[in-house]
Design a protein around this ligand. Structure first.
Ligand SMILES: CC(C)(COP(=O)(O)OP(=O)(O)OC[C@H]1O[C@@H](n2cnc3c(N)ncnc32)[C@H](O)[C@@H]1OP(=O)(O)O)[C@@H](O)C(=O)NCCC(=O)NCCS
Length: 190
């Protein structure tokens, strides 16, 4: 339980995180600070190397040299606390943007729309930078989430030995977003 004076910044979590208290506010934004980049890379390793076993000890690749890294940062009393979500975007060919390495910390899934908000910022940011198409290779179990967010499957493929959907975002649903990011609030327990 958070200490007195801090409790107003936290709300009870519903769903799988029931019983925990979670921050009431998250910044979804480009990673601008060194610690944000460091924590985002650590989260990616935890999720893609540890939890999912898709890579050995490090999931970084050549795309990281040119990609724009986005993060979801939990806040305490309006101050940034820790990186709890991340995604990266890059322009492969002119106008052709891709998103990859979307990850939300297990304790923060299904609590504040962080995955959805990272996708919104990813596509909106690319749109503002001139994207004509935005695609991603989505793990099959996440295809319904992307479909609800106005993406469609172009083809089904196998990647890292797992079923994936190559999906295309409908840019009409993603207005250009060139702001510093936005704030996401948690869903409260019923
Ligand atoms: C995929 C992932 C990024 C989604 O992050 P998230 O923050 O949980 O995403 P959201 O909260 O926006 O929505 C996820 C789902 O939770 C549901 N949800 C969210 N809050 C909920 C709540 N309080 N109660 C019940 N359902 C809830 C959403 O409706 C959505 O439903 P769906 O799974 O049926 O599509 C996250 O699960 C993750 O990191 N997974 C491991 C890595 C991974 O698979 N990366 C993607 C590679 S393509």
């Amino acid at each position: 339980m958070p200490a007195d004076g801090v409790v107003l910044d936290w709300v009870p979590a519903g769903g799988s995180a029931a019983g925990l208290f979670l921050p009431s506010e998250y910044f979804v934004k480009p990673a601008t600070e060194r610690w944000e980049r460091r924590e985002a890379m650590r989260l990616r390793r935890t999720v893609f190397c540890g939890e999912q076993g898709l890579f050995g000890r490090d999931d970084r690749d050549a795309i990281d040299r040119s990609a724009l890294l986005l993060v979801a940062v939990s806040c305490l009393s309006g101050m940034p606390e820790q990186v709890v979500g991340t995604v990266r975007i890059h322009e492969g060919e002119p106008g052709e943007w891709q998103g990859s390495r979307l990850a939300v910390h297990p304790d923060y899934r299904r609590v504040a729309w962080l995955g959805s908000e990272l996708i919104r910022l990813a596509v909106g940011t690319a749109h503002a930078r001139g994207a004509r198409r935005f695609t991603a290779q989505v793990q099959a179990q996440n295809a319904p989430l992307f479909r609800r967010l106005h993406w469609r499957t172009l083809e089904q493929i196998e990647l890292h030995g797992r079923p994936h959907h190559r999906m295309l975002a409908d840019l009409a649903h993603y207005p250009p977003c060139d702001a510093a990011g936005f704030v996401s609030m948690p869903r409260r327990a019923a």
